[in-house]
Design a protein around this ligand. Structure first.
Ligand SMILES: O=C(O)CNC(=O)c1n[nH]c2ccccc2c1=O
Ligand SMILES: [Fe+2]
Length: 224
């Protein structure tokens, strides 16, 4: 659980509560929520620095590659490289601060809900943080559901680290196909210091469109 004793200025506390209201309202209304300037430029750049350092140290492993069912077409279904962070590692103080901030927002939102739940969930724990890198060269992730079979994950949180990302040049759009919407999709650009929350279950099939530049994100899944 986050350290509630972190001294926050009244402005920081207010900003935190505003974020939580935004999160609660958008998750209730759309099942998706996008917040920008989540950590602020300075902290965001420090998180990016730690991620790049780990990447160049070769700590990312290939995401398991699932070949298509069609045995003649051995395309990579996704070519992300990932690494898991449990927050106890030495030296990753800025990634830890990011994880703490997301924990704080989720926990506070969970409490602020009138019935003490976020959506119909009572959020209690989360996965480790998964840092993912899409290599560019068309790497992508086909349309999928994070939690199709009730494995307990209820909210997906993805924090993006991509400075000056231009979707027209670089691709890498997150496209969500919310089940409540017939003819609309949620197109989310993976821009620096942006965080996206969405229900992890069948309500939100989504895809990562082909990326033509290295694309970093940190994902946390919260459990009921
Ligand atoms: O980066 C994004 O915008 C969306 N990303 C995803 O939906 C996504 N979903 N599930 C995964 C499971 C294992 C490794 C990577 C992933 C992954 O990037
Ligand atoms: Fe996903």
């Amino acid at each position: 659980t986050p350290d509630y004793n972190l001294m926050r200025s009244p402005e920081e506390q207010l900003a935190l509560e505003e974020m939580c209201c935004h999160l609660i309202r958008d998750l209730d209304e759309y099942g998706v929520c996008v917040l920008d300037n989540f950590m602020g430029e300075l902290k965001g750049m420090k998180v990016l620095g730690e991620v790049k350092t780990m990447y160049s140290a070769g700590l990312f492993k290939d995401g398991q590659v699932v070949t298509t069912k069609n045995k003649f077409d051995h395309r990579h279904i996704r070519s992300d490289r990932i690494m898991w962070i449990d927050g106890k590692e030495q030296g990753l103080i800025n990634i830890k601060s990011l994880i703490n901030q997301v924990d704080t927002v989720i926990t506070l939102a969970n409490r602020m809900r009138n019935n003490g739940k976020l959506g119909q969930y009572n959020i209690r724990e989360r996965t480790k943080a998964m840092v993912a890198c899409y290599e560019g060269k068309g790497s992508h992730y086909v349309k999928h559901i994070d939690n199709p079979n009730k494995d307990g994950r209820c909210i997906t949180c993805i924090y993006y680290l991509n400075v000056n990302w231009d979707v027209h040049e670089d691709g890498g759009l997150l496209r969500i196909f919310p089940d409540g919407w017939v003819d609309r999709v949620a197109d989310i650009e993976p821009i620096f210091d942006r965080i996206t929350f969405f229900w992890s279950d069948r309500r939100n099939p989504h895809e990562v469109q082909p990326s033509h530049r290295r694309r970093y994100a940190v994902t946390l899944w919260y459990f009921d």
